[in-house]
Design a protein around this ligand. Structure first.
Ligand code: GLC
Length: 465
């Protein structure tokens, strides 16, 4: 009897393995993705091909040679995930350069109707939060310089001016796309009329992360986020940034690589689950690379795989619970938790029972296999992108060994138990001749925005003198 059971279990696992084998990527596949990514990056940088390129390579007006920096208190805003954050950051000057301390902060959750209503509603909500923060800390009377970390694709005209190209990550507020984001914020603050702010800089979260890590390690010339969404920025030679005049020095380019795949570059790798996730999203056909990697989507991919296994009678006795059948119910944090289980299956069992399921030991093992396959593919896909960026930098700098630091932030990178290790190993495998350090950023969005605002303030002073 026992023998029979064991044989059943192992044949079940084999069948599951077979279904999951689609998630496997070989080194050749990753190199293919990397080369295609590099090609799109190149097209994004060039004036002639920029319009049609899927990877937009947006200039940020953050340059390699800052003209010094102000010191003092800065307000940082951070919009781009499920929460909106306000922070007060002190920037000072020491022997080793600038330092920062986050002195006060507050997190506000963004109501669904503010995310998907009108731009006015969203920015009114943001300025209401700022007003609340200033009230709490009795700072309403101060007109502080403000740095805005706005984590969406923005076409900048300067460090404090840029239009939103399109929303990503489940935001959809109407009337924002095509408009100057800083203008929307300033108008909302004016509409309230109970405080004043001097908006001096707007940056992407990748850029803020890079800047915050740069102050710790001057080799940090790449910033990357693997959180709700996935994206990277890096310092490019000005002569290659054709959208901005001038050839001297370097400028930080926000790749917006999450959009990769919109011209079919990933078609051969997309699975039935990816296609469903895409079709059910607010932006079908867009951000396909991000939808393989980002925390907004990874859990949903895993849920669809689980349902497939249930339908094939390989999981939960062929019966799913109502909760498991509900779109979005299997959040990406569950993938992290399942893979953090030390081996006694308790954690996995608890998660599954909270879904109204009654899992057997083998069910728990299969769920873990699913999570591992989905998150490993994400880590590998992400590695191909970063390897593309780093190999490009190595080629353009013609250094024997490129020594470089990558500043990283985001919930998937930080909270998943093995994403980092798998990711680092694959990036290194794909980047011969490069010596890469990964630096985890702490409070990167807030500190980075404050640091760049301090530079922007200094420049504004110099211009007005
Ligand atoms: C999305 C946004 C991008 C951001 C990333 C990480 O890809 O378009 O601007 O950097 O998410 O938050």
């Amino acid at each position: 009897m026992l023998d029979h059971r064991a044989r059943m279990d192992s044949s079940k696992k084999e069948k599951v393995e077979q279904i999951l084998s689609e998630f496997q990527l070989r080194e050749g596949d990753l190199k293919k993705v990397m080369r295609r990514m590099q090609k799109e990056m190149d097209r994004g940088l060039k004036l002639e091909t920029h319009q049609e390129a899927s990877v937009k390579m947006l200039p940020t007006y953050v340059r390699s040679t800052p003209e010094g920096s102000e010191v003092g208190d800065f307000l940082s805003l951070d919009l781009g995930g499920t929460n909106f954050r306000v922070m007060l950051v002190k920037v000072g000057e020491g022997e080793e350069g600038q330092w920062t301390v986050k002195t006060k902060h507050q997190m506000y959750s963004i109501p669904e109707d503010a995310m998907t209503g009108t731009a006015e509603m969203l920015f009114d909500y943001i300025s209401e939060c700022i007003s609340d923060f200033l009230d709490k800390h009795q700072m309403k009377h101060k007109k502080l310089p403000l740095g805005f970390t706005f984590s969406f694709p923005v076409r900048h005209e300067d460090i404090d001016k840029g239009i939103l190209l399109n929303w990503t990550k489940g935001f959809k507020a109407s009337g924002a796309e095509g408009n100057n984001v800083v203008g929307l914020l300033r108008d909302a603050i004016k509409r309230r009329g109970d405080f004043e702010m001097d908006v001096v800089a707007m940056v992407n979260d990748t850029v803020a992360t890079m800047i915050s890590c740069y102050y710790e390690d001057h080799r940090c010339e790449v910033g990357m986020i693997v959180g709700t969404g996935c994206n990277a920025c890096y310092m490019e030679e000005m002569q290659n940034v054709e959208l901005v005049e001038g050839n001297e020095g370097r400028m930080c380019v926000n790749t917006e690589w999450g959009a990769f795949g919109a011209s079919g570059e990933l078609d051969e790798f997309l699975l039935e689950y990816d296609r469903v996730v895409d079709e059910m999203s607010l932006n079908p056909g867009q951000q396909l690379y991000e939808k393989i990697i980002g925390g907004k989507y990874m859990g949903e991919i895993a849920r669809l795989v689980l349902l497939k296994l249930v339908n094939e009678n390989l999981l939960f006795n062929g019966e799913a619970s109502e909760k498991l059948k509900t779109k979005g119910s299997f959040e990406t944090r569950f993938i992290s938790q399942v893979e953090s289980d030390p081996g006694d299956r308790k954690q996995i069992y608890n998660i599954l029972t909270s879904f109204g399921l009654l899992p057997s030991a083998i069910d728990c093992d299969i769920v873990r296999m699913v999570c591992e396959r989905v998150s490993t593919r994400a880590a590998q896909m992400c590695s191909a992108g970063l390897a593309g960026v780093i190999n490009r930098m190595r080629d353009s700098r013609s250094e024997e060994i490129l020594k470089i630091t990558v500043g990283v932030d985001g919930s998937v990178y930080k909270l998943h138990p093995s994403f980092k290790d798998r990711f680092h190993a694959t990036v290194r495998q794909l980047t011969p001749g490069c010596d890469i350090t990964f630096l985890q950023s702490e409070e990167g969005s807030g500190r980075g925005a404050a640091l760049i605002s301090a530079v922007a303030c200094k420049m504004a002073c110099m211009i007005s003198q």
